[in-house]
Ligand binder design. Structure first.
Ligand SMILES: NC(=O)c1ccc[n+]([C@@H]2O[C@H](COP(=O)([O-])OP(=O)(O)OC[C@H]3O[C@@H](n4cnc5c(N)ncnc54)[C@H](O)[C@@H]3O)[C@@H](O)[C@H]2O)c1
Length: 331
């Protein structure tokens, strides 16, 4: 008896001889299926591996062009400074003229190629025109940072419709128009590129008194994750920026509220303002974004200590699944 035969004998010691051929056939059949599954899994892994190794060209950013919406202040200005410092051409798009012009002068004095275009990101045609202007000025565009954003506070049911519409139009539609305008241009030249959408930690966990803001930032995370999937095979990286508190003028967002949403509001968002003195410097966030583009990092968190809030949210979501497992209606 061969070694294999001895093994078969041991394995089937208690099986009646008449059933043995069927059993051996069944085992062979199952073994073939297992081999097939293993092969399919190996091929899928190989494909994923190849996708992971696909050449991304954004490690080298010098001479490439970035557009930054909301680039005149805070985090956007930090990005513009970091990009210019790395030798990139920078186009700043903002609704606020004076600080935008001041930044362009600053960047040019430092030797950078910088330009600006006045744009209200709620206006789709204006965002399209800003993309055209960027291409016309620098030839090609490689990076788009959909960063302009505004904050209003108040309980969700009490925020008036002007403010709801304003926050949704800037924070959500502004991002949508931005990637609609720029992604086709980035893909057109074949040199690769990157999309950075600014969400917030408020796109990961909900903050009391910020319903419209939370809703738009969750939407920006959802859209960014969708873009990551849709462009997995393209030479286009996608990142979603989820900052914690950053020391900017976000608490004074009303300074830029257009007339159709109720006009300028000089009030300061007190809960947000209270966080700012201890908050991170926006220029650090700008450098972090540049690093994330080079590393092709999908999620950009400015405060690793906030991970526990996300873990807590998932713990609570998990309780929902625990409940569903015992839910009478599903029995
Ligand atoms: N500061 C924070 O703590 C913090 C935290 C998380 C996320 N964020 C997000 O970061 C982004 C940048 O905000 P910031 O903190 O630098 O605030 P900021 O107020 O300093 O800068 C926002 C910029 O957006 C511009 N802007 C506003 N409305 C615009 C419009 N309709 N069209 C074009 N530009 C417009 C403003 O003029 C300003 O230059 C926002 O999306 C914000 O939600 C900020």
């Amino acid at each position: 008896m061969s070694g294999d035969g001895a093994l078969e004998g041991l394995l089937h010691a208690n099986v009646p001889p008449a059933l043995l051929p069927g059993l051996v056939f069944g085992r062979q059949f199952m073994a073939n299926i297992a081999i097939k599954i293993t092969t399919i899994k190996r091929e899928a892994r190989q494909k994923r591996h190849e996708r992971g190794l696909r050449v991304r060209h954004m490690r080298e950013v010098e001479g490439k062009t970035a557009f930054v919406s909301g680039g005149a202040s805070g985090i956007g200005r930090g990005m513009a400074r970091a990009f210019a410092d790395a030798g990139m051409n920078v186009m700043i798009g903002d609704i606020e003229d004076a600080p935008m012009q001041a930044l362009v002068s600053e960047l040019r004095q430092a030797g950078a190629q910088a330009e600006c275009v006045r744009v209200d990101v709620c206006d789709r045609d204006a965002v399209m025109a800003a993309a055209d202007a960027t291409e016309a000025r620098f030839g090609k565009v490689h990076v788009v940072c959909n960063n302009a954003g505004v904050l209003v506070d108040g309980r969700s049911e009490k925020v008036d419709m002007d403010n709801w519409n304003w926050v949704v139009d800037v924070n959500l539609w502004g991002v949508v128009y931005g990637f609609q305008a720029f992604i086709p241009k980035i893909l057109s030249h074949g040199e690769g590129g990157h999309v950075v959408n600014t969400a917030s930690m408020a796109g990961m966990v909900n903050f009391r008194g910020s319903g419209p803001y939370n809703a738009t930032k969750f939407a920006v995370v959802a859209l960014s994750e969708t873009l990551m999937e849709e462009h997995r095979k393209d030479n286009l990286g996608v990142s979603v920026l989820c900052p914690g508190a950053v020391n900017t003028k976000i608490a004074e967002s009303g300074r830029n509220r257009p007339g159709r949403y109720g006009g300028t509001d000089d009030s300061v968002n007190a809960p947000m303002a209270a966080l700012l003195p201890d908050a991170i410097d926006p220029d650090i966030v700008g450098r972090q974004v540049l690093e994330a583009i080079r590393d092709d990092q999908s999620y950009i968190f400015t405060d690793p200590g906030l991970r526990r809030h996300i873990a807590e949210r998932f713990r609570r979501i998990g309780l929902g699944f625990d409940w569903a497992e015992n839910c009478a209606a599903l029995k």
